[in-house]
Design a protein around this ligand. Structure first.
Ligand code: HEM
Ligand code: HEM
Length: 344
């Protein structure tokens, strides 16, 4: 048979230890499934969405209330996007808490981290596409953060918003990034990431000489598990999308940061909280970059997980990375809760 990408990902047999739910949580596969749902629903939304300031929010309302199954389509895109962010964060946590980034998987860890950043950018640009009064604060404050970068800030700002101030060009830029630029980049990095999973020898488990479990499962069993996960996640997504609508507020009339709903989307509430402490460049740009850098350095700067401890949760040799990640996640959750608390 001719080699192909599907067979590359599904060899005739794999060690059973590489396909345990309790080990991988199925999070990587679920993320791939959600990305596919987003591609399909996003492409369908393009037939109805109008990327101009006067019509964007109205076209989203038209889609939601007048197009047959339009509301469901939008809700599927919205919920899949929120879940993808959560599921890729869970996948990241599992990779670090199991030490699965150990060589030769260090580079793939970085590809995964790039995907994580892309998902955040997708979620932010998508949120802006709504162009309703709920997004104004995040749009004004978020783009002003770029302006706060010393020396290059003004140039970056103009490239981002498409001129000296926010206007029609801004919406077109965010739209082009969302449906074209990020999609192209995201698809490229995603293929590379899952290609590398197998190229690096499949899911991390101890090398053959140190393995205690010798069982293997067939290709068919792996595919059966993948389909089972898709059916469960797909059904849950459908149920939530039928009953819980994605938010939409009245269209923007005039761009101002002092809108009634002055808060960031949920995944940036932690940054919003830090912005209260003063300097926007320090707290809004540098601090999140330091968190990203700390994550990127985990496989390079900390002691390596021991090969015989791979394939299980919380290996002893990997304690430092576990503590560092737990501290970062705890901090982001705490800041998010503080932001929610100060709003109530
Ligand atoms: C990882 C992939 C993606 C994520 C995380 C994502 C996220 C989002 C989010 C959060 C929204 C706002 C939802 C709302 O409030 O209605 C949105 C809107 C939109 N997205 Fe995506 N998206 C992704 C991929 C795509 C792709 C591939 C396309 C097109 C090919 C697309 C097209 C659209 C369109 C047209 C809208 C505006 C309609 C609307 O707001 O409902 N998206 N996206
Ligand atoms: C949209 C985001 C992502 C997708 C679709 C994705 C997809 C996948 C898939 C399908 C696998 C194999 C199955 C599994 O381990 O569950 C995998 C493994 C892996 N991923 Fe991701 N991933 C994403 C984000 C990330 C992130 C944020 C990281 C870490 C920073 C990461 C690092 C890794 C590593 C190191 C492996 C190999 C794990 C091992 O050998 O045990 N990925 N990814």
């Amino acid at each position: 048979m001719r080699p192909n990408f599907y067979l590359h990902l599904h060899p005739p047999t794999i060690p059973a230890a590489q396909a345990r739910w309790r080990y991988t949580l199925g999070a990587g596969g679920t993320a791939v499934f959600l990305a596919f749902v987003l591609l399909v629903t996003g492409a369908l939304e393009m037939f109805f969405y109008i990327p101009t300031p006067g019509e964007a929010a109205l076209s989203v309302q038209m889609l939601t209330y007048t197009v047959p199954f339009g509301g469901l389509l939008r809700n599927l895109h919205f919920w899949a996007a929120q879940w993808l962010l959560v599921v890729s964060a869970v996948h990241l946590v599992r990779v670090v808490f199991t030490g699965a980034y150990a060589p030769p998987r260090r580079f793939n860890y970085l590809l995964g981290l790039a995907l994580f950043v892309l998902v955040i950018l997708f979620d932010f640009t998508g949120y802006i596409l709504r162009w309703d009064q709920g997004i104004q604060w995040a749009l004004v404050v978020g783009t002003n953060l770029v302006k706060s970068i010393p020396l290059l800030g003004e140039a970056f700002y103009q490239i981002l918003v498409g001129g000296a101030q926010i206007g029609a060009a801004t919406l077109i830029r965010f739209y082009a990034w969302h449906v074209f630029g990020l999609t192209l980049l995201g698809a490229g990095v995603l293929f590379w990431h899952i290609f590398r999973v197998r190229r690096d020898g499949g899911i991390a488990i101890p090398p053959p000489a140190l393995r205690t479990q010798r069982e293997r499962i067939f290709h068919f069993e792996l595919v059966r598990r993948e389909i089972a996960a898709m059916v469960w996640v797909g059904s849950a997504l459908l149920l939530v999308s039928i009953f819980v609508p994605a938010p939409i507020a009245p269209a923007i009339t005039e761009i101002t940061a002092a809108a009634s709903e002055t808060h960031a989307p949920w995944f940036f509430l932690w940054v919003q909280q830090m912005l209260q402490w003063g300097d926007p460049f320090l707290w809004g740009v540098l601090a999140p970059l330091v968190v990203l850098l700390a994550l990127a350095l985990i496989p390079y700067a900390l002691p390596q997980p021991a090969p015989d401890e791979l394939g299980r949760w919380f290996p002893k040799s990997n304690r430092m990375a576990q503590v560092l990640l737990a501290a970062l996640v705890g901090l982001v959750i705490l800041l998010t809760l503080l932001a929610i608390g100060s709003k109530v």
